[in-house]
Design a protein around this ligand. Sequence first.
Ligand SMILES: [Zn+2]
Length: 359
Amino acid sequence: MISYALVLLTAVAPVLARPAVHSSDGPEPPARVGPAPLRVVTTLSVYASIAREIGGNEVEVMSIASPVEDAHFVRPKPSFALELRRADLFVSTGLDLELWVPPLLDKAGNARVIEGATGYVATYPGIQLLDIPAVANRSQGDIHIFGNPHLHTDPLRAVQIARNITTGLKKVAPDRAPTFDQRLASFTDRIYRRLFGDELVDALGGETLEKLARSGNLFAFLDSHALDGEPLVHRLGGWLAAAAPFRGKEIVCYHKDWAYFEDRFQIHCAEFVEPKPGIPPTPGHVARVIQTMQQRGVRVVLAANYYDRNKVEAVARRGNGVPVIVTLYPGGMTGVNDYFALVDHWVAALADAFRKLSS
Ligand SMILES: [Zn+2]
């Protein structure tokens, strides 16, 4: 029993980050033998990564879709219904990305995590959606009928996802709310610093920068303001600075999963290899994509690693370009194990491709 308590204390202590009120003149606080971790099930590994950021040792998280499969077309294994049956919290996009969720929830029969229940989290509320069609219509095979559901490709939208997950965790475990709030604040600050760089966050504050970026005015503001006689844009760091080689550039994208990345990093998918989201490319459509590449000098083809590699490489080759094949989710490539590594990976892959093309 004693050794169990010690193990638990060791595991929990770094996360709790207790203020130093128990100084050396007092007795050690008792080992925290608190409630069991909450069981969190997420559709995507990226939501699992963010749930771990917020939940720390208070959660045990598993995700359903493999990071190397297309989240639109998952066939959940029977074991996932069993996991979901025991879950305290379920995290799903809530748009039409995971069309396989409703039958899975039916099968699991866990009233605590069905849509509308306390333990159900949709990640999209509060997120400014893009690509919302004028008419929601699935007849053409379109699988983005409520707007683009690939929310996590923008780090600032990932912060909103984290806020929504935090709200859900606090609803199912109100007694642990201070821990979740503290960890959300830490995650948010780390995203700000990785996106804008420390110097700019220290000078202007992350929230101000977030507002400027979300309203599309960040670069106009940084270009037109100075600090100590130096334009603010010179102080930009982080992912946005690393993205300089591809800012304002056009690329070809395989699927419409980069809309929010485009919005944040000011890169533009001029064409898509798929004629419509979820519809496989036809020879005629691919010929038009290649023609556009040649006419407009578009030379990078960006695709998630679960699409047919040969197809992606063939389009790039025929258009005189290069393929950039990345994982869309944490865990989908060696070394890309959490959300921060994921954004590092996307930005580095695109910046490298553009640097090579211009050299
Ligand atoms: Zn999609």
